[in-house]
Design a protein around this ligand. Structure first.
Ligand code: BES
Ligand code: MN
Ligand code: ZN
Length: 498
């Protein structure tokens, strides 16, 4: 969908969207439209039944007399005091879904940010645009038989403000963020026969076009580096493993980067500790942590962030086969620490152990954040309302919590520490990869990662419940959410940018 910010005008085709505040209070735009159309808005509201201007309520007025547009859409904005950038995102998403649902091809929206609302006009317009784009995402490359009436129709959206308050730079920022989220959603949505370690790595090379340095590390090089933990996970697969290193240096090259590390298990069968069959197809998105890392690198480079950031993703496929790792095998990680693999389904931590170590050795980052669909237990603990945050450093934890709140990608801090550490002591190696019981599974997993982190501020985000949504949301269709991209982009913007 083509997006444009423009000064307010009355379009002569398509749909015009105007806001109505709570209790049927007209915005200036709605009042103006009412004047231009001989009282249409007032009459519509008088006979509109339940529509009262609650946020995201929608009322379509088709073939409005006296106006050139094909339809006017009144959208509820709720109370002015609640209209922040996030509220505008949800309004933008909801409106766009409506326009697509009824077959509108061109839309224009008059943004009215009330004077007493938290979001000023520019933030309101950007918010609306972001929500509109995020909701319009569709992964339809494998649908060959869709009828035209099943497809979304909206191809152009003009977001209009009183005077041109949103400049090209702001438009570029919106687009960079949206493209980052779209890229993550594309990667996460792809089936595992299409997206496997080599093809995933290949897709990362496209970031070179926007100035990201991309390197692909193959199995031979990983062997030489001593990455026995990561390689042990991929050894049962016919698809060779890969590590991808992405660097965006938008600031002084002397400044240590912030590092993002992602779990990229392109399919997780569980290995010899095989998962049950029902629902196993979900494990195609066990690379969502890696997907988010690629997306945030896309977003940062796309908006030419004045920050240094590196993204490292470990890409493996976890399969049972004659070559697969067995329960009880002992592997040596790049750090030199040995791991007794009790359960081959606790594979993500093995991948991250080496990816984290490599990242610290090579980049000496200022902060280290990993993202992983690491445990089913985090879904039990938090549902799909928060990702789990585990951190060695309170400042970094607070920065992440704030960024999550600001971008509606919420986090909830969870514990790590000594008692969890004891649970993974092994009788024959430095550690085992799971505890002897199921309790506190997410914290035990985080504590395992902690053993591979030296003295750098580190946080681990367990996004298993956030990466995929079975339900439609205001700013996301069902499926891959792209969780993490907006959060990390904001973390960088607020804390690591010159
Ligand atoms: N990829 C899974 C975790 C997961 C489960 C992500 C459901 C998304 C949805 C991970 O590799 C895994 O299998 N974890 C095990 C750990 C256990 C063996 C200690 C789990 O959660 O059951
Ligand atoms: Mn697993
Ligand atoms: Zn997994």
């Amino acid at each position: 969908m083509h997006l444009q910010f423009a000064a307010r005008s009355l379009p002569d085709t398509g749909a015009l969207v105007v806001g109505v505040l709570a209790d049927r209070t007209l915005t200036p735009g709605a009042e103006e439209l009412d004047r231009q159309s001989d009282g249409l808005v007032g009459r519509a509201l008088a006979g509109a039944g339940r529509f009262s201007g609650k946020r995201e309520e929608v009322l379509h007025l088709v073939a409005p007399v006296g106006l050139a547009v094909e339809r006017v859409v009144l959208v509820g904005l709720g109370s002015a005091g609640d209209l922040d950038a996030l509220a505008w995102q949800r309004i933008g998403g909801t409106v766009t879904a409506q326009l697509n649902g009824v077959g509108v091809t061109a839309g224009a929206v008059w943004i009215d940010a009330p004077a007493d609302a938290p979001a000023r006009a520019a933030d309101a317009a950007s918010g609306f645009a972001i929500g509109a784009q995020l909701r319009s995402y569709r992964f339809d490359r494998y649908r060959t038989k869709e009828k035209p009436e099943q497809r979304p129709t909206l191809t152009r959206l003009a977001v209009m403000t009183e005077g041109q308050v949103v400049d090209d730079e702001a438009l570029a920022r919106v687009e960079a963020l949206v493209e980052g989220v779209y890229l993550t959603r594309d990667l996460v949505s792809e089936p595992a026969n299409v997206l496997y370690p080599e093809s995933f790595a290949e897709r990362c090379l496209a970031l070179r076009e926007i100035g990201v340095a991309v390197e692909i590390v193959d199995e031979g090089e990983m062997q030489a580096l001593g990455m026995g933990a990561l390689l042990s996970v991929g050894q049962g697969s016919a698809r060779p493993s890969r590590l991808v290193v992405m660097q965006w240096y938008g600031s002084d090259s002397e400044r240590p980067p912030v590092a993002f590390v992602g779990k990229g298990v392109t399919f997780d069968t569980g290995g010899i500790s095989l998962k049950p069959g029902a629902g196993m197809e979900d494990m195609k998105w066990d690379m969502a942590g890696a997907g988010a890392v690629v997306g945030v690198m896309r977003a940062l480079a796309g908006r030419k962030a004045k920050a240094n950031a590196v993204g490292i993703i470990g890409l493996v496929e976890n399969m049972p086969s004659a070559n697969a790792m067995r329960p009880g095998d002992v592997v040596t990680s790049m750090s030199g620490q040995t791991i007794e693999v009790i359960n081959t389904d606790a594979e993500g931590r093995l991948v991250l152990a080496d990816a984290l170590w490599y990242t610290q050795q090579r980049f000496k980052p200022a902060a280290l954040v990993d993202l992983a669909t690491l445990t089913g237990a985090i879904m039990v603990a938090l549902g799909s309302h928060h990702a789990g945050l585990f951190a060695s450093d309170d400042v970094l934890a607070d920065r992440l919590l704030a960024a999550g709140k600001a971008m509606a990608e919420p986090l909830w801090r969870m514990p790590i520490g000594e008692p969890y550490d004891r649970e993974i002591d092994s009788d024959i190696a430095d550690m085992r990869n799971v505890a002897a019981h199921r309790y506190g599974g997410s914290a035990v997993a985080a504590q395992f990662l902690r053993r591979f982190v030296q003295d750098v501020p580190w946080a681990h985000l367990d996004i298993a419940a956030m990466a995929w949504s079975k339900k439609e949301q205001s700013i996301a269709p069902k499926g891959a959410t792209g969780y993490g991209v907006r959060l990390l982009d904001r973390l960088v913007a607020d804390n690591y940018e010159a």
